[in-house]
Structures are given as structure tokens and as C-alpha cells.
Design a protein around this ligand. Structure first.
Ligand SMILES: [Zn+2]
Length: 422
């Protein structure tokens, strides 16, 4: 059996409140031991001196565009991008062509991901057939085919009765319902409502478009007992809504996209279409509320919403398709917030690994003995530039293109195999 010994790294594992210099012995695809000074002559040594060692990151929100739009990304390029960013498990959204509303499409994704074996790629099934918001998909069949969540991401479920029924079923199945919260009658434009929409003369997507649906879903979760996971939360009021209903004991979890923690709407003036995303970049007070909620338990997860688009689909703000790639930039963005003291390193690992694994109830997010040997090893200080040479995605739509980033993944290990090395 192949053995790896990770020596001398600063091990951070929130699942067992572990923080200190330890060695980790991996045997086959499992963690064998985590102790000080392990001696194992047969093992291949990975020197982690001066580096952070944590359970592999888990991302609940990626778009791999496969099947159907593989000129933007596919399961292989998406997986390469994931492991270069330290992710060993990702949940891919069902807005593919065809959408993941049938067991066949879910099985296609799992089979293709397993054939490369770089990263666990878990499909999310749709809530409604064809993502049309009219008729529930067959949750049992989709769960059977490996779907770990249900969402119509990008096409918010507007019908409250459908959402209520979806949550009732989710309570029986133990699978979360994830909703992209934006009322599509209110969110009609390209950017946040405010100075920027006025300045560039575009119709807008105001925060209330997001808040009304977030509040509705929290109310429905409260009454049905179903697990709702609010996707890419962006507003200050939204943070209060989630906190309120969590305090009342509703089964609610939520995620935030690193780009909403780093940028405000002003970024549109610098980066144009590459800063366009739904929900949109918002104001300083929204960003500050999100940052402050990272440490108080309101925000459960960081999710990248990695959304590749080709260069010809970006361009001007008005014409651009919404979305930003994010698998390789998530760690540097979050480390920037650690250095500004919005969260600790142990909290970062909790938000990027331990908690997201719990939300979908999969193995991972821990370095406990016997758990899968999914590990990320990163350098807090190393500077690098995201450019043609370092980017693994087929797309490059991010405001961070060609900018210097601090913090770099050095190794990613999935199931005991080194799947990425700097
Ligand atoms: Zn979305």
C-alpha cells in the first residue's frame, strides 16, 4: 500500500480542534495517524515545514459547463482548477445543457469525474424540470443517481408553493434545497442599484430583489423543517434575516462568494464585464456586514460560484454574461481577510472545508484517523500571479486576472494521491 508522510506542517483541523505542528501518515486512501514526529521508513515524505496543512477544501457551488458548454469549461479543466485551488470536493450546478434534471445527466458527470479521479465532483440536481420553476424534478431518482443537493441556480424558484413542496421533500430525503435568491421581477438589470447603475445608465438588481426571496425561503424552512441553503448571500439585511431565522431554530445554512467579500460595485468601473455577477457586487456597508458575519456563525461556508465564460461573452458590463471564475483565487482572497483580522485561520478552514462537507453530509472536511486522505497544503506568504501560465480553467473572467495574489496552494492530495503540486 502506498504511504505518504506529511512532515512538520502547521496542522489546522477544526473538526477535532487541532492546531499545531504535527506529522500526518496516509496509508492508501485514508488518514492513518496524526501525531508529533511519526517515523515511517516506507513512506514517501512530503516536507510541509513552514506550511499550513488542512483538510481539502469543499466547494458547494461551481459551474463546470459540462455537458453542453465545454468551450467555457469541462469536468477535466474544472477539476484541474479545483485542485490547484486546494479543493478536493466540489458540487457542480445543474444549469448545464441538458440540465441535471435526470439521473442520466447526473451519472454522466459522476462517471466523467471518476475517470479523471482528480477531484470529487458531485452533481446538484434541479429543483424543477428543465429549471422552469413549474414542476418538481424526481428527487428520489436524482438522489439515487448521486445528487447531493437540489437547486435551480441562476433561475430562482419564484413559486412559493413549489418551494414549500421542495422543502417538505428535502426534510424527508435529508438533502438540502439550495436557492439562488433574486426575485426575477425585481432583479432585471446588470448591476446593483445605486451610484454605479446611475453612472453607467443601466437598469439594476437592487438588494431587495435578493432579500425578499431569502426571507421567503427562511420562512418556508421555518414552517416545513426543510433544510434551505441560501446561495451567494450579498446584502447586509440578508445577513440579519439569516441570523434571525437561525436563532429561531430553522434549518438554514448559507454561503458567501469570496468576490463579494473582496469587491464592491465600484470594481465595475475598473474591470467592466469581468466584475459582473449575479447577485451583483454591492455597497461598502454590505461587504462590511458579510465580512463581520464570517466569524459569528451566521455564514456557514465560502463557496466560489466558479462561473467560467469565454472572452467574447464578457466585454461591456451591459452585454456581459454574469459570473466570475473563482476556484484558484478563493484562498488568496480569504487569506487577505485573515490578515485584516475578520477571521482566524481555523475559521477559514471551517468555512472552506469542515462546514461545507457537513451541509451536504459527505465524508471529508476532517483529518480524523480513518477519514479520506483529502488534504491541502498551502503557503501563507507566497506571491503569485493568475495568468495564462498559472490558470487551469478554460476561461479567465475575473477582475483578479494578472494581479499579484498572496497565498498559494503547494500540494493537494485526494484519496491519498497527490493531484496537484506547485
Ligand atoms: Zn447563483
Amino acid at each position: 500500500m502506498i504511504k505518504h508522510l506529511i512532515k512538520g506542517g502547521m496542522v489546522i483541523d477544526p473538526s477535532q480542534e487541532l492546531l499545531g505542528i504535527y506529522d500526518i501518515l496516509i496509508e492508501g486512501d485514508r488518514i492513518k495517524r496524526v501525531e508529533e514526529d511519526i517515523f515511517e521508513p516506507e513512506a514517501e515524505i512530503i516536507d510541509a515545514t513552514g506550511l499550513i496543512v488542512a483538510p481539502g477544501f469543499v466547494d458547494l457551488h461551481v459551474h463546470f459547463r459540462d455537458p453542453g458548454q465545454t468551450y467555457k469549461e469541462d469536468i477535466l479543466s474544472g477539476s484541474k482548477s479545483a485542485v490547484a485551488g486546494g479543493f478536493t470536493t466540489v458540487v457542480c450546478m445543474p444549469n448545464t445543457e441538458p440540465p441535471i434534471d435526470s439521473p442520466e445527466t447526473a451519472e454522466y458527470i459522476r462517471a466523467k469525474a471518476n475517470c479523471w479521479g482528480l477531484c470529487n465532483v458531485l452533481p446538484a440536481g434541479t429543483i424543477t424540470k428543465g429549471r422552469k420553476g413549474e414542476e418538481l424534478a424526481d428527487f428520489w431518482a436524482l438522489k439515487e443517481a448521486g445528487c447531493v443537493a437540489f437547486t435551480d441556480d441562476g433561475a430562482p424558484v419564484m413559486d412559493s408553493d413549489i418551494m414549500k413542496k421542495a422543502l417538505e421533500l428535502s426534510a424527508q430525503l435529508g438533502v438540502p434545497i439550495m436557492n439562488h435568491c433574486e426575485d426575477d421581477r425585481v432583479a432585471v438589470g446588470a448591476v446593483n442599484e445605486g451610484e454605479i447603475s446611475a453612472l453607467i445608465g443601466l437598469s439594476s438588481r437592487p438588494p431587495e430583489a435578493e432579500d425578499v426571496l431569502n426571507a421567503r425561503d427562511c420562512v418556508l424552512s421555518y414552517y416545513t423543517g426543510g433544510h434551505v441553503h441560501i446561495q451567494h448571500l450579498t446584502t447586509a439585511l440578508g445577513v440579519d434575516i439569516v441570523r434571525h431565522f437561525k436563532d429561531k431554530g430553522a434549518r438554514i445554512t448559507c454561503e458567501v462568494n469570496p468576490n463579494h467579500l473582496l469587491f464592491t460595485e465600484g470594481e465595475l468601473l475598473k474591470s467592466g464585464g469581468n466584475a459582473r455577477v449575479n447577485p451583483p457586487l454591492r455597497k461598502e456597508e454590505d461587504r462590511e456586514a458579510l465580512r463581520r458575519a464570517l466569524s459569528d456563525g451566521t455564514i456557514d461556508c465560502i463557496a466560489t460560484d466558479h462561473a467560467p465564460h469565454a472572452v467574447f461573452e464578457k466585454g461591456s458590463v451591459e452585454a456581459a454574461l454574469p459570473g466570475i471564475i473563482g476556484l484558484q483565487t478563493a484562498l488568496p482572497i480569504m487569506l487577505e481577510l485573515v490578515s485584516r483580522e475578520y477571521l482566524s485561520l481555523i475559521k477559514l478552514v471551517e468555512l472552506m472545508s469542515t462546514n461545507p462537507a457537513k451541509v451536504i453530509g459527505v465524508e471529508g472536511g476532517t483529518l480524523k484517523e480513518g477519514s479520506p486522505a483529502d488534504v491541502v497544503i498551502f503557503d501563507l506568504k507566497k506571491e503569485w500571479v493568475l495568468n495564462e501560465e498559472t490558470n487551469f480553467s478554460k476561461s479567465k473572467n475575473t477582475p483578479l486576472w494578472n494581479r499579484t495574489l498572496t497565498g498559494k496552494v503547494m500540494y493537494t492530495i485526494k484519496g491519498g494521491k497527490v493531484v496537484y503540486k506547485d
